[in-house]
Design a protein around this ligand. Structure first.
Ligand SMILES: [Zn+2]
Length: 208
């Protein structure tokens, strides 16, 4: 299994998003949809069997309609669609309000495992940064969206953020077994680094 990181640089401010291509022998899946298909095709011409959304903030779903038009199945939490359709929840109202329409979302339950070709993906519901936030565990690799970064955690000051949920989600990830961390922004990390990072942020969050 190969993981390719595609960094998207937004014109607006310093915002940068990580979309991942998880490639196996016969196909690949995308974690988030921050890049257009033509960027994926520079890396691989293998069929895309799914787009897995970590959450529906605009920087993670900007090209989701393009993949939907190609009939590529979209997986996300049960709360993602409501965010896609509301600029205050997908936070596109911070730069230019936008809604995103897709034909169907396959809604994932907490702890649900799906098999996509040779790739098994386990969905962990981790609200806090947003109500629709999930992490995906693929083998020993954790794709954490904006819940967890290499040396930080996701913001909890958005309309559907929840600090209490963030504490619960981080505590859960703290106990989880994995080796590599692939976050929605910034550089790649690992479990060892997160043993420190998560505890440090849990201490800060619990002070308030
Ligand atoms: Zn976000």
């Amino acid at each position: 299994m190969n993981v390719h990181l595609l960094k998207v640089k937004w014109k607006e401010g310093e915002l940068q998003q990580n979309t991942y291509v998880v490639e196996q022998k016969d196909g690949c899946i995308l974690i988030d949809a921050g890049v257009p298909l033509e960027e994926i095709r520079k890396i691989t011409d293998k069929p895309i069997s799914a787009v897995m959304l970590t959450h529906a903030h605009f920087d993670h779903i900007e090209y989701i309609e393009e993949y939907d038009r190609l009939n590529i199945p979209i997986y996300a939490s049960i709360y993602a669609e409501r965010s896609m359709l509301d600029p205050s929840l997908n936070v596109s109202n911070m730069i230019r309000p936008k809604v995103y329409h897709v034909s169907r979302i396959y809604e994932l339950k907490d702890n649900e495992t799906i098999k996509l070709g040779e790739i098994e993906v386990k969905c962990l519901y981790t609200p806090g940064h947003s109500r629709d936030s999930v992490c995906y565990l693929i083998g020993d690799k954790l794709f954490s969206g904006d819940t967890l970064f290499s040396v930080a955690i996701g913001r909890t000051d958005f309309p559907d953020s929840n600090e209490k949920d963030m504490i619960d989600s981080l505590s859960r990830l703290d106990k989880l077994e994995y080796s590599e961390l692939y976050p929605g922004h910034g550089r790649v990390s690992n479990k060892e680094e997160q043993n420190q990072n998560i505890k440090q942020w849990l201490n800060i969050l619990k002070q308030f």
